[in-house]
Design a protein around this ligand. Sequence first.
Ligand code: OGA
Ligand code: MN
Length: 219
Amino acid sequence: MAGGGRRALRALARSGCVRGSGPAVVSRLQDAAVVQPGFLSEDEEETLSRELEPELRRRRYEYDHWDAAIHGFRETEKSRWSAASRAILQRVQAAAFSPGQPLLSPVHVLDLEARGYVKPHVDSIKFCGATIAGLSLLSPSVMRLVHTQEPGQWLELLLEPRSLYILRGSARYDFSHEILRDEESYFGERRIPRSRRISVICRSLPEDLEPGQPPSPAC
Ligand code: OGA
Ligand code: MN
């Protein structure tokens, strides 16, 4: 397909998964907040969730203190993956990161139970570089981005199962992100019921931690 055709298709796919407070913010963030629906095949989703399930099942869901960013979750930092999963993660790397952009080596896996949610936050700049890329498994959800200085500027990303989202640059630094709880899970007027959701999140290294530095903990 010609480049122009591919671009037009991408814009069309995006318009179904990204909405915002106005056309200016939507277009300004068009390369900074990206959703690719159907990034994974059903087989790939199954490969990842089968591999993750036994590790996750060993942990308990946490509810935690009033100030925690995430509620109703369990998580793991995973470094060893099957060959099939490594191939998937390499596709994520090629889609979301620049060649040679170093990644945090353990991949963050977050399992939110049906009533779990992620409150608005900006990932720590100490542990996480300019790019965050996440695969969503099992349940649809809505990620909301709100400008930290001008809360009237926001985006909503519809994260269907098997989609990939990418936050980079301004979307990563100038906007908080959150995963809405079931009661608030709407994409515009459209109700997006939440059930258990697993995300697999790759992050770039902060520039001052590029190779040679000791590995850093999770964001
Ligand atoms: C996080 C986060 C979003 C997701 O863990 O910092 O923002 O997709 N997670 O699970
Ligand atoms: Mn985050």
